[in-house]
Design a binder for this molecule. Structure first.
Ligand code: PLP
Length: 374
């Protein structure tokens, strides 16, 4: 028996769409499936404009460029995140200012952001860890009062909402990931959500050309108009994703079901004070991207992961806090005290979670965790 940590989402709908894309002899970007994904994302999230990208990382890069960051500008972000969140801003020459997280959600602590603002601050980047929203009302209010842009790293947040609004559609820019480890996948891919679209994003994404406007008949010449790169995915990837978007609720419900089994099965251990379970703040609807638990400390976490592995359960941890990584030290600084970032990240374990995990497998994992604490 072996229960993997992740299995990329597969469904017959994706296979049918990919076959259709191949048969259409249109496999470069911005074809029929990309347009269907854009329409789905715009409808589902309520954003003005959604653009598929080659990765969540590239959506973040586009967001950083579109924020108009210049060398020396500062970006406030949590240290407990993936390197891509930080790299996007570093590539623009920005300086990273890390702020501590809240232990309950592992998201940036909104109460600490304002103190980290300097005359150089341009952007606040909110990472919605595990698809559970940051305190966006507070973050948007701080940004408004200080004239800052807000980038949401909603890489893990597709289908999650905050007070009824889709994650990624609240700030100036939202970045989704459709990597194979995420709830919906196209292998490698992502999307940029744009709240107030001025047309620069599609030029940036199409090699600095006005090709998209040309195809819509808005301009009579197709030419190089600004700096840009190539951030558009192949139709094959878009088709694979679109198949899953067609059954998005089925996938979401199945994940939430597995998540609830974990929570109910592990609640007695949490009530006995042996472990800590995820907290979902009022007003947040999450997408069961992840099921995590926290052990007493690092030593206990290492022992638990080893114990589970011996029983065929692949549980993992992640994110060495960026401020303690070599590049994090070079490109950023931690503002204030690291009360929770390091200590809490050392305790966190992620249990197997994917579309298609069986109830039996979830119960096996729960039993193994219980046996460890028995
Ligand atoms: C997955 C992820 C990314 C990067 O997305 P890719 O599609 O793999 O480039 C960025 N930030 C967070 C928080 C992620 O989980």
């Amino acid at each position: 028996m072996f229960i993997p940590f992740n299995v990329p989402p597969v469904c017959p709908e994706s296979e049918a769409c990919v076959r259709e894309a191949i048969a259409s002899h249109k496999i470069s970007g911005d074809g029929a499936f990309t347009k269907k994904c854009h329409a789905w994302l715009e409808e589902k999230t309520g954003t003005a404009r959604a653009l598929l990208t080659t990765s969540g990382t590239h959506a973040l890069e586009m967001a950083a460029i579109l924020c108009g960051l210049e060398p020396g500008d500062e970006v406030i972000l949590p240290s407990y995140t993936f390197s891509s969140t930080a790299n996007a801003f570093v590539l623009c020459g920005a300086k990273l200012v890390f702020v501590d997280i809240r232990p309950d959600t592992m998201n940036i602590d909104e109460r600490l952001i304002e103190d980290a603002i300097t005359p150089k601050t341009k952007v606040i980047c909110a990472v919605h860890y595990a698809g559970v929203a940051c305190a966006m009302d507070e973050i948007m209010d701080i940004a408004r009062r200080h004239g800052l842009k807000v980038v949401e790293d909603a890489a893990q947040g597709a289908m999650s909402t905050y007070k009824g609004q889709a994650l990624g559609a609240i700030g100036d820019f939202g970045c989704l990931s459709f990597h194979e480890t995420k709830n919906y996948s196209m292998g490698e891919g992502g999307a940029l959500l744009i709240r107030d679209d001025d047309g620069r994003a599609e030029i940036l994404r199409e090699k600095g050309t006005n090709r998209s406007q040309f195809f819509r008949g808005m301009v009579d010449k197709y030419t190089w108009v600004d700096y840009g790169s190539s951030y558009l995915p192949s139709e094959l990837n878009a088709a694979y994703l679109y198949g899953q978007l067609q059954i998005a609720d089925t996938i979401n419900d199945a994940r939430l079901h597995a998540w609830a089994l974990y929570r109910d099965g592990l609640a007695p251990l949490a009530e006995a004070g042996r472990i800590v379970l995820p907290y979902i703040p009022e007003g947040c609807i999450h997408n069961a991207h992840m099921f995590w638990l926290k052990t007493k400390d690092l030593a206990e976490r290492t022992a638990l992961i080893t114990y589970l592995k011996e029983r065929g359960v692949n549980a993992v941890f992640h994110y060495v806090p960026l401020h303690s990584a070599p590049a994090g030290q070079r490109f950023g600084r931690f503002h204030g005290e690291d009360r929770f970032t390091t200590a809490e990240s050392d305790r966190l374990v992620r249990l197997p979670m994917y579309y298609g995990i069986t109830d039996d497998d979830v119960h096996t994992v729960i039993e193994a965790v219980r046996a460890f604490y028995a």
